[in-house]
Design a binder for this molecule. Sequence first.
Ligand SMILES: [Zn+2]
Length: 169
Amino acid sequence: MKLNYVEKWWSEYRGVRFEINRNTMDCDGTKFFTFYILLHKEKMSKEMLSRLSIKKKTFRGHGFYPTSNVDIGFHGGCTFYDKEKYGLRIGCDYNHLHDNEMHYTLEDIVSDAKECIDALLLKFPNYKRWCGNCGVVTDIFNGKISEVDEGCYSFKCIECVKKAEVNRG
Ligand SMILES: [Zn+2]
């Protein structure tokens, strides 16, 4: 028996975590990408959580997700939805619909994921940030973002910024 396998990458961009998978199918070795945006409950306002939530816990496929809720330019629309302990996992897949002949690179998917996150933050600019220094979750205006707002440590809360300034003398 051959086994399917998945390669995974994840990162954070502008305080939003995302995950990219490359799936390899046992039947013919076909590879296809998927990506997911991982939204944490403690970073979402009640309004954001309720706008993005649907009744079902899990959904796969097209057309189930009201696009008015999360029209952020997912490739081919949102096709994955999971309610997780930490919050929501929503995403899309490649090489499944009208694009079977396309060749995508990891860089293509990263750039699409970042565009989706940009669109998400336009709709929900108050998505909270995690301080890469002390781990507190706080409002975006209550801290400082590094110029390259990528990775998990690009935001520091105001207390940590102050401490760093004091230590520098
Ligand atoms: Zn902090």
